[in-house]
Design a protein around this ligand. Structure first.
Ligand code: ZN
Length: 285
């Protein structure tokens, strides 16, 4: 289910939600040290304490380029983990999902991964006969160099989040560009550092006609995380998340941005309003 609009027009840019699928994840993990008595009022858990989450991707048509932000959960999780997350069986690869949403997957010439956790870049590649190939052969892929290096550090804390087949074949073939810091990928579309969830995560902004769309990625994975202290248990640097989130959301309020969330299962696009109690609140389009 989606509340409000599934697409938004900003100046010359049209931005659309492409939802790869919905999956179910432990509510406690999604809200870190926030007591269940509080978060369950916003998102009531179902069986096994799980709450619904979206693999949300956003497609930006700029007129000159078709940019896909994130590529969802992909085909690498095995049957056991798919069942644990109630991920639907992989009957449709991401290009087919894009087509079902009414867009030509072959038109995608840019793919941006905010970071390389499997649930953000799983559809970058498709495995056939044991070999991972680019899902979007025409596209140039972008992610942060520091994040790619971090993925290869194989830290016990978060190595489970990284599946090399989602990005290494693209880096090896030269199809994936590793960026150092803030970067304008195509005119008006920027990857910008937004650390906290991890060291090198990037948010994505798209600006046209004086308006800004912002994909907040896991800085604000769901609208329920707009309260700055509501931080997931996965975040490596929670104090930094709170600080960076407050900066970004203050700008969103001041400049009337339209924001997209990586994992909200209902809200695709929202304006951000200041809220006297919680700091910030979503106003769905
Ligand atoms: Zn993440």
């Amino acid at each position: 289910m989606t509340t409000g609009e599934r697409s938004a027009v900003l100046g010359d840019f049209e931005i659309s939600l492409i939802r790869d699928s919905v999956y179910w994840w432990d509510g406690g993990a999604m809200f870190g040290d926030v007591p269940k008595t509080l978060w369950s009022r916003k998102i009531p858990p179902a069986d096994l304490n799980r709450i619904p989450a979206g693999f949300n991707c956003y497609l930006i048509s700029t007129g000159d380029h078709t940019v896909l932000i994130e590529t969802g959960g992909g085909d690498k999780p095995d049957a056991r983990s798919r069942e644990r997350m109630k991920m639907p069986p992989r009957t449709e690869e991401l290009p087919a999902v894009v087509a079902r949403h009414g867009f030509d997957p072959d038109a995608i010439d840019i793919v941006i991964n905010s970071h390389l956790h499997w649930d953000h870049c799983g559809g970058n590649t498709i495995v056939k006969n044991g070999c991972a190939h680019a899902a979007f052969p025409r596209a140039r892929y972008f992610t942060a160099r520091g994040e790619w290096e971090h993925a290869h550090e194989r830290l016990s804390r978060d190595s489970v989040s990284y599946i090399d087949a989602n990005y290494d074949p693209l880096v090896e073939s030269g199809q994936m560009t590793l960026v150092d810091g803030d970067c304008e990928v195509v005119p008006g579309v920027w990857m910008r550092r937004a650390p906290g969830h991890n060291r090198d995560m990037m948010a994505v902004t798209a600006q046209s006609g004086g308006r800004t769309f912002c994909f907040l990625s896991d800085l604000v994975p769901m609208a329920a995380h707009l309260q700055p202290t509501w931080v997931t248990a996965f975040d490596l640097y929670p104090l930094q998340t709170i600080e960076v989130k407050t900066q970004w959301l203050s700008a969103a309020v001041k400049e009337d941005w339209i924001c997209g969330f990586a994992h909200d299962s209902e809200i695709a696009f929202a304006r951000i309003a200041a809220h006297p109690k919680t700091g910030f609140a979503a106003v769905p389009l």
